[in-house]
Design a protein around this ligand. Structure first.
Ligand SMILES: O=C(COP(=O)(O)O)NO
Ligand SMILES: [Ca+2]
Ligand code: NA
Ligand SMILES: [Zn+2]
Length: 305
């Protein structure tokens, strides 16, 4: 069934498990996400960035919404990294049931102002809101934040922000970053900070930049002709710990991108004569389903639907 973000995330935080929020850009990715959620009886959030909306538009949103309506598990359609009030309102008109307003690169007061505007409008229409406080490193769809400007979320400031905005869930900067290069060795995720914030803030917390970028997938990508540097992601154990400390939504995009591209490259490399789209995108869909399954097991959402 199609539900709001609150319907999924409030039980998740209370139950000390997290729910995957997986980015989609086409039908196969959406099928891998929702079919796997159904197979594992897991709630799930399907999210589209502004770039995905530009790419797939209402066509793609409708695939998600229709599959969600027909689904046997709770599915929310979420706007990832909404960059403005207008973007959030547009997504709600498209049928999204959860929207992020990402104003975290503005000064605190401006972030509060922008977020509160979206909260008031979204709540009037029964839609849940994600806001962000703090700044991740790496590239956020529309904002390049270099390491020196990245700053981790201050727990006391988070309390003030939540009170002043009324946001339903809060994305916090805890050391993760977007993309395949999350730091040298085992990227640092500030579990102490997450725990502190969760003691002060009762609403569900969101971890962005949480792809695991598993070494075996990176190697398969390379073996199939892909070029990638020393990519590294967030360790499964760190995400499991974070889920104990209030992280209820975990964003995953890069792992799906790597899986899809690896799947396609492997077919094209192995069978240069192949030109049946089902034979090219089918294995990619299967590999993405494996990635989604692994994540849901790590986050503890299996059987929670
Ligand atoms: O935070 C993300 C995705 O992060 P990854 O690049 O780690 O998949 N989307 O909003
Ligand atoms: Ca941001
Ligand atoms: Na988001
Ligand atoms: Zn993000």
């Amino acid at each position: 069934m199609l539900v709001t973000g609150n319907d999924i995330l409030i039980p998740a935080r209370a139950g000390k498990y997290a729910v995957g929020a997986f980015n989609t850009n086409d039908m196969e990715i959406t099928q891998a996400i929702i079919h796997t959620a159904e197979k594992l009886r897991s709630p799930v959030m399907v999210q589209m960035s502004e770039g995905a909306i530009k790419y797939g538009g209402q066509d793609l949103a409708d695939i998600v919404i229709d599959m969600a309506h027909r689904s046997s598990v709770p599915v929310a359609l979420h706007l990832d990294h909404g960059s403005s009030y207008d973007s959030a309102l547009k997504a709600i008109k498209m049928g999204f049931t959860s929207v992020m307003i990402d104003a975290s690169h503005y000064p605190f007061e401006e972030n509060v102002h922008e977020t509160r505007r979206v909260v008031e409008a979204a709540h009037a229409m029964g839609i849940s809101v994600e806001a962000e406080l703090g700044r991740l490193g790496g590239i956020e769809e529309h904002v390049v934040v270099d390491e020196k400007d990245a700053f981790l979320t201050d727990p006391e400031e988070a309390v003030k922000f939540v009170e002043e905005t009324g946001t339903d869930y809060l994305a916090i900067a805890i050391g993760t970053s977007h993309g395949a290069y999350k730091g040298k060795g085992r990227p640092f995720i500030d579990l102490v900070r997450i725990k502190r914030i969760s003691e002060l803030v009762a609403i569900p917390l969101v971890a962005h930049g949480s792809s695991g970028v598993p070494a075996e997938l990176v190697q398969r990508f390379r073996d199939a002709g892909g070029e990638i540097g020393d990519a590294v992601g967030i360790a499964d154990e760190d995400l499991q710990q974070a889920a104990q400390y209030g992280i209820a939504k975990v964003n995953v995009d890069t792992d799906l991108r790597l899986a899809m591209t690896t799947g396609v490259r492997e077919v094209l490399k192995k069978n240069p004569k192949e030109f049946d789209p089902r034979k090219i995108f089918g294995p990619a869909r299967d590999l993405m389903s494996q990635v989604v399954e692994h994540k849901m097991r790590v986050l503890g959402s299996v059987g929670k639907a």
